[in-house]
Every structure is written in structure tokens, then in C-alpha cells.
Design a protein around this ligand. Structure first.
Ligand code: ZN
Length: 307
């Protein structure tokens, strides 16, 4: 039976065990031609340097740092950008600081593997600004925030201004629900303060020098709408993480956002995250950019890049 590369990758991306359940030839073959039965998908995968721009440690019992590193080593991921957002709505500031302390200890326990992002809730304005300074002094790079407050809320302005000074990115949870009965998502997201593409656009317009990362277009939202709504904002990057892997997602994002604004990321969906990039219709140079160079070039702006 012959099976082409795209069929192989889309089959395996859907299977729980992912990439490694293909025919043995796919793992041991030596042919570089993707349509050959002895095409070696692992050899192709390992060709690319990788930074996982969006993943979490200790968000659940299955996400200890050792588990992430085990996946990362098998998939050839050099660096993982980790965070532990607080998911409750009325947690005190101290819970955010505890999360940040956990990331600092993980980063120090496994030197060179993790880029740790801090988290905060801008409803604690003074504490949040102090927390950024504390975390940066500990070597953390970048902010990850969740759905307690929308990204375009004035509460975020001082935080965004501080991040501009530091030349660090803000990774914000985002969503654009599919809508029902003709209603667009801004009336139908799961949580009232989840940031939508429109919220990002407003902030990008107000702060063109800020670097924003629209999280996980593979997270089940309306990614076609998301890509279209974000297309005119060069300071909004998009990570392609998430467990939803519709066939055309990468190429659609490429068409609207261009090859410099897309980041590889897993959001802890490991096999799917690499499979969707290999399965997409991309050139080698585009894969290099998405897997590694785009994120590293962003880091370079603040001097935090990987050598
Ligand atoms: Zn996430």
C-alpha cells in the first residue's frame, strides 16, 4: 500500500500516539522524496531547529518539566517557552507570584532548555509592575497572561509600556468563537474577558512598538476569521499551537499573515504541533522560519536570542 506524506501526517496527527505509529519504513527509510514509500519523516523533522513558543509546565499533573523535555528531545525541540498562567478569576496576587517562582525553579533546574515567562493580573497594578522587575532579574523573558482582563483594557497599559521598554513579547490567551445564528464571536466567547482579534487589533494600533503573540490559532476557534482580522498588524505574531488541526490552517495563516509572523508552538499538544507544520505545503525556508527563526528574531530585538 502506498500512502502519500500528507495522508500519513493527517492520519497520525489524529491518532492519540501521533507521529510514530506509521509504517516502519517511515521511521527507518532513507528516501528524501516525500512521496516515496521509504520517505523518512523523522529525518525530515530532525533537520529543523525548533523553539516551542507556547507551552506550560505544572498546569496539570501530566505537564512536569521532565515530561516536556522527553517530548522535546524526541522531536528535536531545543528551547521551550514555558509559563503557568493562573486560571481562576479572583486569585490574589500571591498566587501569580507562586506560579512565577515555580517557573524560575524549573528554568534553574534545567539550564539552557527553558525560556520562562512570568504571569500577572493587572487588577493588582502596583504588584504586577514590581513582579515584572523581580522576574526579569531572575532571568525570565516574556509575559503570559490569561482571561481575567482583556488585553485592550486600560489596566494593561502600564504593563504593556513596561514590556515595550524591556523589548519582550506578551503572549495573551485569545479566542474567537465560531459564533451561532450569525452572531460573531465577540458576543459568544466562553469567558467574558477573553481577548478577541479585535481586542488585539486595538492594542496593536495604540502601541505599534509592542510585540504581541495571539495564542493558539489551533485551539478550536475561528482561525480563518482570526487570520483575516489580524492581517494588517505587523506587531501581532500568531502561534499555531493547539490540538485542533484542520488541514489548511498553516497555509491559510501564511496567506494572510506572511511567513515572518508565524510561530511554532505546542500548547502541550506535542505530536500534532510538529505534524501540522510538516504536513503543510511549505518551503524548507518557511519551515525554518516557523520552527525557529521567527521567534529567535523576535527575541533578538531585546538581546534574548538563542545562539
Ligand atoms: Zn496555552
Amino acid at each position: 500500500m502506498t500512502i502519500n506524506r500528507r495522508e500519513f501526517l493527517s492520519d497520525t496527527a489524529l491518532s492519540a500516539a501521533g507521529l510514530f505509529l506509521g509504517s516502519a519504513a517511515r521511521l527507518t527509510g532513507s528516501d528524501d522524496n516525500p512521496d516515496s514509500p521509504s520517505y523518512n519523516v523523522m529525518k525530515e523533522l530532525m533537520k529543523y531547529r525548533k523553539i516551542d513558543s507556547h507551552t506550560h509546565v505544572y498546569l496539570s499533573p501530566e505537564t512536569g518539566p521532565e515530561v516536556l523535555l522527553d517530548f522535546a528531545d524526541r522531536l528535536g525541540i531545543e528551547k521551550l517557552v514555558i509559563s503557568r498562567p493562573v486560571t481562576g478569576f479572583d486569585a490574589p496576587h500571591s498566587e501569580y507570584a507562586v506560579s512565577n517562582d515555580m517557573m524560575i525553579s524549573v528554568m534553574k533546574k534545567f539550564p539552557g532548555r527553558f525560556i520562562a515567562q512570568f504571569t500577572l493580573n493587572p487588577q493588582y497594578p502596583k504588584e504586577s509592575i514590581e513582579e515584572i522587575s523581580r522576574c526579569v532579574a531572575e532571568g525570565m523573558v516574556g509575559l503570559k497572561v490569561y482571561y481575567q482582563v482583556k488585553i485592550n483594557d486600560p489596566l494593561y497599559y502600564p504593563v504593556i509600556e513596561k514590556m515595550i521598554d524591556l523589548k519582550m513579547i506578551i503572549l495573551m490567551h485569545s479566542y474567537s468563537g465560531l459564533g451561532r445564528g450569525g452572531y460573531r464571536t465577540k458576543y459568544g466567547n466562553l469567558y467574558p474577558n477573553e481577548s478577541t482579534p479585535e481586542d488585539f487589533a486595538e492594542v496593536a494600533r495604540r502601541y505599534p512598538e509592542a510585540m504581541l503573540q495571539f495564542a493558539h490559532i489551533g485551539a478550536g476557534g475561528d482561525w480563518e476569521y482570526e487570520c483575516k482580522a489580524l492581517q494588517d498588524f505587523p506587531n501581532i505574531y500568531v502561534d499555531v499551537s493547539g490540538s485542533n488541526n484542520e488541514g489548511n490552517i498553516l497555509n491559510y495563516a501564511l496567506k494572510y499573515l506572511g511567513e515572518e509572523r508565524l510561530f511554532f508552538g505546542s500548547d502541550n499538544s506535542y505530536y500534532q504541533s510538529v505534524s501540522k507544520i510538516l504536513a503543510a505545503d511549505l518551503t524548507e525556508s518557511q519551515r525554518k522560519k516557523i520552527f525557529f527563526e521567527n521567534y529567535n528574531n523576535m527575541l533578538k530585538k531585546g538581546g534574548y536570542n538563542v545562539a
